[in-house]
Design a protein around this ligand. Sequence first.
Ligand code: GTP
Length: 244
Amino acid sequence: MRTIFVLGPAGSGKTTLTHKFGKYLEEAGFKVTYINLDAAVEHLSYEPDFDIRNYVTVTKLMSEHEIGPNTALIKSVEIMAKYKEELVKFFSNAELIYDYAIVDTPGQLELVLFHESAVEIIKTVKGRACGIFLIPTDLLKTIRDLAFLKLLALAVRYRLDIPLVTVLSKADLAREMKLEITEEDFYSLALDGVEMDLTTELWSVLRKLEKRQRIIKVSSVTGEGFDDLHTILYEIYCTCGDLT
Ligand code: GTP
């Protein structure tokens, strides 16, 4: 079974992609199981086979402990880790039945990245897991946004230590979006006040990324990019790992 963690900033389209890409895989003849790890979500467009809200919800934590939403979100991730064994059990049963497990992660990306408990959960399936990192079109207005989000995707990959496909989500909202950064583009940012030394260092990282990391445009509304996404995921599992 191939386990795909759907990651991204709040509102980037994780839940919708989980649902629509899952359906796409099912229509292609694959057996897909859906996992929800977002304890704060109220409505899901798909029916999860494993739902963390059966163990913990942010709303309940807020009222039981009289705490605010942010503290409750952090607490929910800590509690989630206590149910790791349930998830491990679920994965080992699902292994025998399904081709793909799609995991919808918490709305706030920082919950996944900053808290060891969330990383621990991903480690339970590491080796068979990969991630889809969503960069929503709405966040991309300038080359600096694009450069920042590409570097963030790299940091996410480093943090979680799983192969990661970077996807521009909601592509139907901006079909003509430029996805490559040239040296000229990047150095023009230095004129805006970014230190030249930092620009030089970052460009050396980005230049390598530009050569190796293909970003694909995906829309969960039109299904654009799903074929490409499927091909890249297939390649990852076939070649054992390198996502570039
Ligand atoms: P949180 O878990 O709350 O952080 O959100 P999320 O990342 O799961 O995003 P979600 O799937 O809830 O989508 C957020 C909003 O974007 C919703 O209004 C979706 O209908 C919309 N949306 C998601 N995918 C697409 C897409 O491909 N195209 C367009 N136009 N809208 C989309």
